[in-house]
Design a protein around this ligand. Structure first.
Ligand SMILES: Cc1cc2nc3c(=O)[nH]c(=O)nc-3n(C[C@H](O)[C@H](O)[C@H](O)COP(=O)(O)OP(=O)(O)OC[C@H]3O[C@@H](n4cnc5c(N)ncnc54)[C@H](O)[C@@H]3O)c2cc1C
Length: 392
C-alpha cells in the first residue's frame, strides 16, 4: 500500500472508500491518521444512512471486535479530538422471567470475556432508574457497553478524517469500476473517475449491489427500523437503559430516544418501499417504552424517523478482502455497525494496509462462510419484503 500518492482533489486517492457512514468514516480516519492518502465518498450527505439514524448503542458482546470496541470507546473523544458523548455501562430491565433469562446471555457473554455484570432486584432497578415502575421483575447492570450520540460521532469521524489529511466527497455516487486483471484501478462516480490503489466498499445496505459490479457476491437483506424521541425528562444517573425488546438511551438533554423491532423487510430497489411514512411500529415502540419506564408515560413523542439496516444471513458483519479482487475490502456490519465502528475501522485499516487484522481474529467475518448459501436464502429465512402502513 503506497501512502500519500500525491493525486490532486477529485483525481483519486491511494484508498477510495465508498460509503460515508460510520464504517467508511472510521476506516478512513484510521487510514488517514497513518498517513495513507484516503478519500471517502458518499452518494448523499455523510451519515444519511443508518449511521445518522441509530440508537447509539455500543455493546456488541457477540462480536470478535467486542473487546476492541470496549477498549476504544472511552478513548475516542481524545483520539478523534471531538466529543462523541460516549457514556459507559448499561442497565437492562426485565419485566418478566422470560426477559430476565434472555438478558442473562449478555451477562454470561461479558463474563466469559472478562467483563463484570450484576443482577439487580426490582428495588435496586428503581433506585438506579427513577423512571422505572412497580412492574419490574429484575435487571442487570452491565459494567460494559454504553452509548454515544450518533450525530456527534459521525461529525467527529468526519472532522478527524479531515484533520489527518483525509478527504470526504459528499453527493458523489459510485457507479462502477475500471479494472486491470484482477485489480480495481479506478472508481467511476457521478462526478468523474477516481483512480485508486485500493477500494473499500462500506456502503451499508448498498454494499451487495456495488460489490456485484466486481463479480463479488455479498448476501444482504435490508430492513426498515424506526426510532422515537420524547421531550426531555430529568436526566437519570445512567442514560443507557433498555429492555422490553427496546434499545435506546437518554440523551444528555434528557430526551428518551428508543427503537426496537420487529423490523420490516424491504426491497431497496422498489421506490414504494423506501418512501418515508409512519408505520404501526412507532406506536408499538411507544407502548413498550411506557411499560419499560412507566414514570415517563406522560412524556410527548416529539420526533421519529426510520432507517435502513443491512443484514447478513447469520447476522454477523462481513469484513473481508475477497480473493477474486486483489485490492478490494468489503465491510458491512449487519445492524451493529455504530457501536463497533471504532474497532471495525481499525480492522479495515489493518486489512487494507497489511492484508490481515492485527488485533483480533476476524476469520469468522469472511465472505467464504456463505459459499453454500441457497440462492433463495431470504425466502427460506422468511425475510420477505412487505409494506406495512400506519392507518391501514
Ligand atoms: C433505527 C436504527 C437503530 C440502530 N441502532 C443501533 C445501535 O443502537 N447500535 C449499533 O451499533 N447499530 C445500530 N444500528 C445499525 C447501525 O446504524 C448500522 O449498522 C451502521 O450505521 C452501518 O454503518 P455503515 O457506515 O456500514 O452503513 P450506512 O450508515 O448505511 O452508510 C452507508 C453509506 O453509503 C452510502 N452509499 C450507498 N450507495 C452508495 C454509492 N453507490 N456511492 C457512494 N455512497 C453510497 C449511503 O449514502 C450511506 O451514507 C441501528 C440502525 C437503525 C436504522
Amino acid at each position: 500500500m503506497s501512502s500519500r500518492c500525491g493525486r490532486g482533489e477529485g483525481q483519486g486517492a491511494a484508498v477510495v472508500i465508498i460509503g460515508g457512514g460510520v464504517t467508511g468514516l472510521s476506516a478512513g480516519w484510521w487510514l488517514a491518521r497513518e498517513g495513507v492518502d484516503t478519500l471517502v465518498l458518499d452518494a448523499a450527505a455523510a451519515g444519511w444512512g443508518a449511521s445518522g439514524r441509530n440508537g447509539g448503542g455500543c455493546s456488541h458482546h457477540h462480536s470478535p471486535l467486542f473487546r476492541e470496541e470496549q477498549r476504544l470507546w472511552p478513548l475516542m473523544d481524545e483520539m478523534l479530538g471531538y466529543p462523541t458523548e460516549f457514556q459507559r455501562n448499561r442497565i437492562r430491565i426485565a419485566l418478566d422471567e422470560r426477559q430476565f433469562d434472555l438478558y442473562r446471555r449478555a451477562s454470561d457473554n461479558g463474563t466469559r470475556q472478562g467483563f463484570r455484570s450484576e443482577v439487580l432486584d426490582p428495588k435496586q432497578v428503581r433506585e438506579l432508574v427513577p423512571l422505572a415502575g412497580d412492574n419490574v421483575f429484575g435487571g442487570y447492570f452491565y459494567h460494559f457497553g454504553g452509548h454515544a450520540n450518533p450525530h456527534r460521532t459521525l461529525q467527529a469521524y468526519a472532522w478527524a478524517l479531515r484533520d489527518c489529511g483525509g478527504r470526504l466527497l459528499q453527493h458523489t455516487r459510485a457507479l462502477g469500476f475500471d479494472t486491470r486483471g484482477n485489480r480495481v484501478v479506478s472508481v467511476k462516480t457521478s462526478r468523474g473517475t477516481l483512480a485508486c490503489d485500493h477500494v473499500v466498499i462500506a456502503a451499508g445496505p448498498a454494499t451487495g449491489e456495488i460489490a456485484a459490479l466486481l463479480g463479488v457476491t455479498v448476501p444482504l437483506m435490508s430492513a426498515r427500523a424506526e426510532m422515537i424521541v420524547t421531550e426531555p425528562l430529568p436526566p437519570m444517573t445512567l442514560g443507557g437503559v433498555d429492555g422490553n425488546g427496546l434499545y435506546g438511551r437518554q440523551t444528555l438533554r434528557g430526551n428518551l430516544a428508543y427503537g426496537g423491532g420487529p423490523h420490516e423487510w424491504i426491497d431497496l430497489a422498489d421506490a414504494e418501499h423506501t418512501r418515508p411514512y409512519s408505520t404501526p411500529l412507532q406506536a408499538s415502540i411507544a407502548r413498550r417504552l411506557c411499560e419499560l419506564l412507566p414514570k415517563a408515560a406522560h412524556a410527548r413523542v416529539i420526533r421519529s424517523w426510520a432507517g435502513f439496516i443491512e443484514n447478513t444471513p447469520d447476522g454477523r458483519p462481513i469484513i473481508d478482502r475477497p480473493a477474486a479482487v486483489q485490492n478490494l475490502t468489503i465491510a458491512t456490519l449487519s445492524s451493529v455497525g455504530f457501536g463497533l465502528s471504532p474497532a471495525s475501522g481499525r480492522a479495515i485499516r489493518d486489512l487494507v494496509v497489511t492484508g490481515t487484522c492485527g488485533f483480533t481474529d476476524v476469520s469468522t467475518l469472511t465472505l467464504s462462510r456463505f459459499t453454500s448459501l441457497q440462492p433463495d436464502w431470504t425466502a427460506l429465512q422468511g425475510w420477505l419484503p412487505s409494506l406495512v402502513r400506519g392507518g391501514e
